[in-house]
Design a protein around this ligand. Structure first.
Ligand SMILES: [Zn+2]
Length: 183
């Protein structure tokens, strides 16, 4: 089959397939929004175009479908035999297996590359998997995400050196202390 699409067309086509409003992503967005978090979506200026960008936390969130991104799965083809190492999150269709294996492996590789570039640029990366968003699990999952967000926020503060007081300030009597003496 000849490829008649220009790179630009192909890109648009692929990003359409990737689908911006996949259900798992919506679940995450709804949870974050209803808990007071604000975010941006698919920010092009951030490497890897993460699904959700939370700039004040310098955090990029990816909501990954277990199949397309090969959750907990290492795929290998040895002597023409498909080997799946890991969980059953990613069920490979029995027909056309090599095609799917290649595709998923490519996605896994691209994901890792995106995460690496983000981290090198000072971003924290949170990956949320589709299977972690089942009704019984979503709250637990998102509480963990919340903890990570808070950690990321704290580490941002830690990296800003505290501003030392000047000598003048140290000599100024503390008004709070003076007030409390009068009561
Ligand atoms: Zn999974």
């Amino acid at each position: 089959m000849t490829d008649t699409m220009t790179p630009e067309q192909r890109h648009r086509c692929m990003s359409h397939i990737r689908s911006k409003d996949t259900k798992p992503e919506l679940k995450v967005r709804r949870w974050l929004w209803s808990h007071g978090y604000r975010y941006r979506l698919n920010v092009k200026s951030v490497p890897g175009k993460p699904d959700i960008v939370m700039r004040p936390y310098r955090t990029a969130i990816f909501v990954n479908g277990c199949f397309w991104h090969g959750h907990k799965t290492e795929l290998k083809i040895e002597n023409g035999e498909l080997k799946i190492i890991g969980s059953c999150c990613c069920k490979i269709p029995t027909t056309n297996r090599e095609f799917w294996v290649e595709k998923i492996r490519r996605n896994q590789k691209r994901d890792q590359e995106n995460y690496r570039v983000l981290q090198e640029n000072g971003w924290q990366v949170i990956v949320i998997w589709e299977c972690q968003l089942k009704p019984a699990l979503i709250d637990h999952t998102m509480r963990e995400v919340e903890l990570l967000l808070n950690e990321n926020m704290l580490s941002l503060y830690r990296h800003h050196a505290p501003i030392p007081y000047s000598n003048d300030e140290e000599e100024t009597p503390l008004p709070m202390a003076a007030e409390s003496n009068q009561t």
